[in-house]
Ligand binder design. Structure first.
Ligand code: SF4
Length: 235
């Protein structure tokens, strides 16, 4: 198994991870951030590391599913924190699969290389919070916000389908934060608000989702700035 990536999980079919496509979802271990509300702590914290599957096993599976799946979602953790992420994206893309990349936006050079190399067909970039609240929201005191601004610019000018998305946490997000995000990313095609829910695999406890009514107020604020706003995770 190659050591430049660690594949921590494979969801063999998903109807929700890649908009409009039936996909498999590949989870890469490792992340450079420590968002306290992270619901995939076992992908992020080495001490909670999951068993890995080998790259050979992944590609044997993807070979068997050619023609049955439309695409592959590569997520994490933070996929681009793995040195071999671009190699993996290229290998999957080379099989003819559409590739969706989920990213936290902290690796603008790797993201631009993936875009420039034609390795991705859809990018979902997390917008953790308004710019000033990134350190608190990512659990990273010395956060370099320049990387996020650079990545967001690269996504918006990429010509690749994309969405920005925020997981809304009662203790971390206000209407003013959503308004500031809207001003920052004004004109972006698609912005999704995702309801936080406790997966039981959090980095830190004590966080809560917002009500359906509160989420609608967040969406209303976002609609002043974005062409298309979606809400996920609220019944
Ligand atoms: S929420 Fe995403 S960016 Fe934050 S620690 Fe978890 S995997 Fe990393």
């Amino acid at each position: 198994m190659s050591r430049d990536i660690q594949i921590a999980g494979l969801q063999k079919v998903s109807l929700i991870d890649y908009p409009g496509k039936i996909c498999a979802t590949v989870f890469l271990a490792g992340c450079n951030l420590r968002c306290p509300f992270c619901h995939n702590a076992s992908l992020v914290l080495p001490e909670r590391e999951r068993a890995a599957i080998s790259e050979d096993e992944l590609f044997e599976f993807l070979t068997r599913r050619l023609g049955l799946l439309d695409g592959v979602c590569v997520t994490g953790g933070e996929p681009l924190s793995s040195p071999g992420a671009l190699r993996l994206l290229g290998k999957i893309r080379g099989m003819g699969y559409a590739v969706k990349l989920d990213t936290n936006g902290t690796f603008p050079e790797r993201l631009s290389a993936a875009i420039g190399g034609g390795l991705v067909d859809y990018i979902a970039m997390d917008i953790k919070n308004s710019l000033r609240k990134y350190p608190e929201t990512t659990g990273t005191a010395d956060f370099d916000i320049g990387n996020i601004i650079e990545s967001a610019d690269a996504v918006m000018s990429s010509g690749v389908d994309y969405e920005f998305r925020t997981t809304v946490v009662k203790e971390l997000h206000t209407l003013d934060d959503i308004s500031q995000i809207g001003v920052w990313l004004s004109g972006a095609e698609k912005y999704c608000l995702q309801a936080f829910c406790d997966s039981g695999d959090l980095i830190q406890s004590g966080f809560h989702g917002v009500t359906a009514g509160e989420m609608e107020m967040f969406a209303e604020t976002a609609r002043r700035h974005f062409k298309h706003v979606c809400i996920r995770g609220i019944d």
